[in-house]
Design a binder for this molecule. Structure first.
Ligand SMILES: Cc1ncc(C[n+]2csc(CCOP(=O)(O)OP(=O)(O)O)c2C)c(N)n1
Ligand SMILES: [Mg+2]
Length: 341
């Protein structure tokens, strides 16, 4: 089966964008997507420790509400770009988790033919322009897409997801200037989880950080609790509408990653108390508790969780049994600059 074959039924039935705004069904659907991301990430961690996945894996656990809340307000032809922590963004935009798991395993049928791995998942068929291992560089790709949208007079938007570690890099600054000067339809999404690898970003950021920097270029936006799917959904809907056909805006979302930076990181620079306090604000737990309060039955919530677990179990089975890529595929989809072999 190829990655293009959408083998996975969305675990919560209809995609969130097809369900009336603000309804319990919409939020239940988003909860289902958050569960798929969480199950994918926990499974990826286990498989990495078991030696079945090579390279780095950066888990998105704890930040799921941002990707899901934003992407639920995008059209399938809108673009996103991502960073090294990109699995959640890809799943939220509609990538097939089975193809993605094959990709992490380096197998044939992976999203990128098994040649990209965790940090290079791209699926142009759903507007996912790529994860990116170079901090801040995914942002410039989305701004380039935004420029193309403007030149081609389309009504799409481009959404770069990036972390607080990108805020001190030059490409982000250049991109803000370019996006504003050309009034490009770009919705910046800064996921402020407080850390860039093992460094607390407040220790290495001069001035007031991303919001002040965006404002200094004349770009306005909103700061939100990135663990509250309702807040992300509301603000993303409003800002995606504003950006479409207009100039840039930003979402600054406060959040936290539950796990260390990647699977090689001991995480020794954070206290257990800090981690525990943020886990009380787990976006899945928060959404579950207010959905129950809103009258959604526990059985419905259990069902979306069960669907997500079943989907990821299928993804693991498929990834384990998929063949390795053919040697002849090594030079397929590689840019040919004309150099002699
Ligand atoms: C240009 C560049 N510098 C350094 C690194 C090493 N590096 C990889 S991820 C990372 C931290 C990024 O932090 P942030 O952007 O906040 O994302 P988070 O990991 O918190 O999701 C660093 C420094 C890199 N990949 N690229
Ligand atoms: Mg960070």
């Amino acid at each position: 089966m190829t990655s293009r074959e959408k083998s996975a039924v969305p675990p919560s039935g209809l995609p969130a964008s097809a369900i009336p705004l603000g309804s319990n069904e919409r939020f239940l659907s988003m909860l289902g997507k958050m569960y798929v991301i969480r199950e994918f990430e926990e499974a990826a961690g286990q498989e990495w420790h078991a030696g079945n996945i090579r390279g780095s894996v950066h888990q998105y656990v704890g930040q799921e509400a941002i990707a899901v809340g934003v992407c639920s307000n995008l059209r399938s032809d809108d673009y996103i770009s991502s960073n090294h922590r990109g699995h959640g963004h890809s799943i939220a935009k509609g990538a097939d988790p089975i193809g993605m798991m094959k990709e992490l395993f380096g197998r044939e049928g992976g999203t990128c033919g098994g040649k990209g791995g965790s940090m290079h998942i791209a699926d142009f068929s759903i507007g996912m322009l790529g994860a990116n291992g170079v901090v801040a560089d995914g942002v410039t790709i989305a701004v380039g897409a935004g420029h193309a949208i403007k030149v081609l007079k389309q009504d799409r938007i481009a959404v770069p997801f990036f972390g607080d570690g990108a805020v001190n890099r030059g490409p982000l600054m250049e991109s803000l200037n370019w996006a504003k000067i050309y009034d490009l339809p770009v919705l910046y999404v800064c996921e402020h989880n407080g850390y860039a690898a093992t460094t607390r970003t407040s220790d290495v950021t001069a001035g007031e950080g991303f919001i002040a920097r965006a404002r200094s270029f004349g770009i306005e936006g909103e700061e939100i609790d990135g663990n509250d799917i309702r807040a992300v959904d509301e603000v993303a809907r409003h800002l995606a509408q504003r950006v479409r056909g207009n100039g840039p805006a930003y979402i600054f979302a406060r959040t936290y990653r539950h796990h260390p930076h990647n699977l090689r990181d001991s995480g020794a620079y954070r206290t257990q108390d800090e981690i525990d306090r943020w886990k009380l604000k787990d976006p899945i737990k928060l959404a579950t508790s207010w959905l129950l309060e809103a009258g959604v039955a526990r059985a419905e919530i259990n069902a979306v969780e069960g669907d997500a677990k079943a989907l990821i179990a299928r993804a693991l089975t498929a990834a384990r049994s998929a063949p390795w890529p053919q040697l002849s595929a090594a030079l397929e989809n590689v840019q040919d600059l004309g150099a002699p072999l």
